[in-house]
Write a protein that binds this ligand. Structure first.
Ligand code: DX5
Ligand code: ZN
Length: 221
């Protein structure tokens, strides 16, 4: 398995000081910036778009930005995020009319692409697209809000997706998003994840470095 990546979700950051928050969390040892895009249509919440992604790049953020699209339709907004400096774009396949086309659209620009599966979304969406995936993101809460509790059944799904990735032989990140904390990250890693999105667990504490260090200690167990 490749090195573990910790990806703080800026959904739980202080939006009034977003540039500073991202600088601080990266200085604290985060690997990737997780950027949650919600449209008040696919999910019942409204967040940030390509302008904010570009603002972070203009601010000087050079780390990978992992754009998690919770929007429907999907394709229309993708070129704007590519222009805004996204590194990885993931989308919910049931929100796309043509999953293969959406993956090709993302990858045609050199951006990495992935699909996101909700807690009750079938793994059949992975059929026939494994060769085009750079990441699979398993939601361990229902999408739309930070600060929810990890759904334990996700661990079984993780094990199944890990098996599929290993059998496929493709180089695919297995990312988990929702309710990831210091006290469950080791169990989530043991089930097969290698990239961990955490919002409230990191931004909800005053010392980001302490939380990220504690997560790395758990991951090293
Ligand atoms: C939820 C988002 C998550 C969320 C995670 O729809 O995709 O990235 O911010 O937040 P926590 O870590 O607080 O569960
Ligand atoms: Zn997310």
């Amino acid at each position: 398995m490749r090195p573990f990546l910790i990806a703080p979700s800026i959904l739980s950051a202080d939006f009034a000081r977003l540039g500073e928050e991202v600088d601080n969390v990266l200085a604290a040892g985060a690997d990737v910036v997780h950027f949650d895009v919600m449209d008040n249509h696919y999910v019942p919440n409204l967040t940030i778009g390509p302008l904010v992604c570009k603002a972070l790049r203009d601010h000087g953020v050079t780390a990978d930005i992992d754009v998690h699209l919770m929007v429907k339709p999907v394709d229309r907004i993708i070129p704007d995020f590519i222009d805004a400096g996204a590194s990885i774009i993931t989308f919910h396949p049931e929100a796309s009319e043509h999953i293969d086309r959406t993956l090709q659209l993302i990858k045609s620009s050199g951006c990495k692409a992935g699909v996101v599966l909700n807690p009750a979304t079938s793994l059949h969406y992975l059929d026939h697209v494994m060769d085009k995936l750079d990441a699979i993101l398993l939601m361990s809460v229902n999408p739309g809000f930070g600060g929810q509790s990890f759904i334990p059944e996700t661990l079984n799904k993780l094990r199944e997706v890990r098996r599929r990735i290993d059998e496929s032989g493709y180089d695919i990140r297995l990312e988990v998003d929702g309710g990831v904390k210091v006290d469950n990250i080791a169990e989530i890693a043991a089930a097969g994840a290698d990239m961990f999105v955490a919002g409230s667990a990191i931004f909800g504490k005053p010392d980001y470095k302490q939380v990220i260090d504690e997560m790395r200690v758990e991951l090293a167990k």
